[in-house]
Every structure is written in C-alpha cells, then in structure tokens.
Design a protein around this ligand. Structure first.
Ligand code: F0G
Length: 434
C-alpha cells in the first residue's frame, strides 16, 4: 500500500511525499489530496471487519473515524492517533421535518453529537495525527467557531499548542468558551473569515506552525468517514440524496471523495446525488453552478448570513467541491435567512435541534422538492453539521420575535415559542395551563 499527496488539478496531478508539509501544489497552486494505491481487501471482508470492531474496547476501534482506518491509510504509525471517540453519530428519522421538507421520509445524520459538537472532530483527529507524525509543536486555524473548538481540544489532547484566529465579534460565546477552556492561544482579528485565512497561511509558513483548516488534506480524509459510517449504518444501501450545508466546501469535497472511493472499492454500487445548500448572502458556489463554463468562482466580498458557520465568501475547496457535485449528478441551492430560521425551528420540534447552518439543509430540501428536483418519495439523508447549543442567542431571539437578518430586517417568528413570565401562584399558573 502506498500513499502520496497529489495535485487535484486535472492538468497537473503533481505528486508529493505524504509526509511533506505542504498545503497547495508548488507547481500550479492547486489543492492537494491524499491518494492511495493497493487497498487490497475485498469489500465483503472490509464490511465484516468494520462490524466486528464495534465489539472492541480498543480506542482506535471505538473511534467512528479510525474504525474505518483502511479507507484513510495515510499514517504509518498508529501511535500518533489521538481520539476523543469522535464520529459514532446517529441517524435520526424526523417525520415532522420530512413533512415540512415535502418528503415522505427524512433521516438526519447528526454530527452535532461529536465530542466538541460538530463534524470538525472527524477531520481534526486525522489532522492532529498527521501533525504529530510530522513532529509539529503548534497547530493553527481560522474559524467561525466549530473548527477552533475542535482543534483546541484535539491539539491539547495531543500535547500540541493550539493557536486560533477568529473574526472579532463574529463567534458564539459557547464556541469561544470551548477554545479558551481547551487551552488555545486565541486571537480575535478585525477581519472576515476569508481575510483571516490568508493571514494565517502567511503566519503558519513564517513560524512553522501546522495549518489545520480544511485546506489540509488530512482533515478531508477524516471527514470522509462521515459518509462511510452513514453507509455502514444503512447496511450499505445508498440513498438517493445526501444533503449538506456548504461554506468553505471541505465537507462537500470529503463526501464526494469518500463516495467515489467506496464505489471503487465495491463497498457501494452507485453514487448518491449531493445537494449542497448555501445561505443567500454567502452563495458563491451556487453562483458558480449557474455559470455556463464554471471555470472560476467569483468570491463574495462581504458574505452575510446569521448562519456564521457558512458565512464564507471565498471557499478554498471549490474546485474539489465542483468536481464532486458534478460527478454525483447533484445540485447546489441557496436559501434565505427566514427559510433557515424556520427550518431550524422545525428540526427543533422533532426533538433533534441543530445550529443554523445545519438547518439550511431542510430549507434546501423544501425548495428542491417544491421545484421537482428532489422527488417526494426520494430516500434522503441530510447531515446536521453542528450542535443546537452553538448559537443559543439566535434561538432565543427567534422564539421571542427579536431576530434580525444581517440587514436589520426583523425575521418572522413563524414557529416562535415565547417563555412566559408568571407570578409565584399555583392557581394562576394552573389556569393558564388549562
Ligand atoms: N456546518 C457547520 C456547523 C460548520 O461549522 C461549518 C464550517 C460548515 C457547516 C461548513 O462546512 O466549510 O466544509 O463547507 N465551519 C467553519 C468553522 C467555517 O470555522 O468552524 P464546509
């Protein structure tokens, strides 16, 4: 079995050793991906092995990422793995959300059940393992919240120093609190996500800090296991659609790569369609898909959405994501702030809950079924990428009719649920409940 880093650009495909500290192709500037040759085990054997590991108490087997280590074989020494038992996230049927989305049935794969509350943990366990195997001492990322919380936790668990950069005033307190608690050196920069990513890349190079944004190909490897686990949980029955929110587009890239590789290995017999949903004020990938030649993504200079996790105007992974969406026969949709807010409340009413970016999935499904793009009887899995507790302020404002969109326009509290102030009086409260 060999593994190497290969330039994603079709006309280049330059190759680099797997242990080179490199984030972009030095020849053409393209994105890099881990490529393996010689994963020889037959599909049936892999499926059996992965099932058997569920009975094991070994840390690697208890991780929902490293359980599937045959599909991410970039590490030559498993002692570099630091696991917080990431992955292992449930598939949750949600009839009420299905009805709202115009579907007969809908299942959510909830990545918010991860140790730090988002899908980032799937990637971060791999990024951290690679940092350790490269002998790095410090790791860095820019983040609107989830990446920083995840990186801080995994880096500290691994004995590395986490250094995080966040847009000043644009991160939820819960997420900032996690980063501080996990011991990250934290810089709040007065710039947006895209600008800070450029800054961090310069600093990482200058100071020899390992970069753990989703441009890092090893994070993408870890995030592949989200859909591997999804297929395993479905006994390898391929859904018609997988729906996910799109920001920097790392997850879209990871899902597409995983699906292609699973098909090549004979683990699945066809590809599901990917539906990527963006917020209207931060939808450069949606715009790209409307272009005739799709040759160049035009960045949105001032992305705007209350769904801060996808408030990204210049997504680095767009060439990969474009390839994956097109290969799967999928689509990109955009949704409004009102649509996200209402869909989020409906997910809450299912007893499930999510942060706002995740809810873009249900809002997108509703649009896609209404347009006839997604059949009402389609078999659909939507990925909720983050935990309901990410943006509690958003939730409180929505339910109390105080949520304004980024332009200051008040959103309708369609499914509002106001708390009621009552006197300390059993009789009066009983009367109100009757
Ligand atoms: N959903 C959640 C909950 C996220 O935190 C993110 C990204 C996305 C979706 C978008 O995923 O970039 O792979 O398309 N959050 C980053 C962060 C920006 O800093 O935590 P993508």
């Amino acid at each position: 079995m060999t593994s190497e880093l290969v330039c994603f650009a079709p006309g280049c495909r330059a190759r680099y050793p797997i242990r080179e500290v490199i984030y972009n192709c030095t020849r053409c500037g393209g994105l890099l991906e881990a490529v393996y040759s010689g994963i020889h085990k037959p599909a049936a054997e892999l499926k059996k092995l992965w099932r058997e590991r569920r009975m094991s108490n070994a840390p690697l087997d208890q991780s929902g990422v490293w359980l599937y280590r045959e599909i991410i074989p970039f590490l030559d020494d498993e002692r570099h793995v630091v696991t917080l038992r990431e992955g292992n996230t449930p598939l949750l049927p949600a009839p009420r959300a299905a009805e709202y989305g115009g579907l007969g049935a809908l299942v959510f794969k909830h990545q918010g059940f991860n140790p730090t509350g988002s899908f980032k943990d799937n990637g971060m366990t791999c990024g951290t393992a690679q940092a350790l195997s490269l002998g790095m001492k410090r790791v860095a990322c820019v983040s609107t919240g989830n990446t920083s919380a995840s990186m801080a936790a995994y880096a500290s668990a691994a004995g590395l120093q986490p250094v995080i950069f966040i847009p000043h005033g644009n991160i939820s307190y819960g997420k900032l609190a996690q980063a501080l608690e996990y011991g990250a050196k934290t810089f709040q920069v007065e710039a947006n996500f895209d600008q800070i990513l450029a800054l961090v890349r310069v600093l990482a190079e200058k100071l020899g800090i390992y970069l753990l944004n989703s441009i890092n190909p090893f994070r993408i490897e870890g995030q592949k296991t989200i859909v591997v686990e999804m297929m395993d949980q479905r006994d390898w029955r391929v859904p018609d659609w997988i729906v996910l929110p799109g920001g920097n587009l790392g997850n879209t890239s990871a899902f597409g790569k995983a699906l292609r590789e699973m098909k090549e290995l004979g683990l699945i017999d066809r590809l599901p369609k990917l539906a990527v949903i963006q917020a209207e004020g931060a939808a450069p990938f949606f715009d790209l898909m409307q272009q005739a030649d799709r040759a160049q993504l035009h960045a949105v200079g001032h992305p705007e959405t209350l769904a801060t996790a996808i408030k990204i105007g210049d997504p680095v992974s767009w060439p990969k994501a474009l390839h994956e969406v097109v290969t799967s026969g999928g689509v990109v949709q955009k949704v409004t702030e009102q649509e996200i807010a209402d869909a989020k409340a409906v997910i809450g009413l299912c007893g499930i809950g999510s942060e706002p970016a995740s809810a873009a999935t249900l809002a997108g499904i509703r649009k896609l079924t209404a347009a006839g793009v997604m059949a009402r009887d389609a078999d659909v899995v939507a990925v909720l990428t983050g935990n309901v507790l990410k943006d509690p302020d958003y939730i409180y404002r929505y339910h109390t009719g105080q949520l304004d969109d980024p332009h200051g326009t008040r959103l309708k509290s369609t499914f509002g649920n106001q708390p009621v102030v009552v006197p300390n009086d059993a009789g009066k409260i009983a009367a109100m409940l009757e």
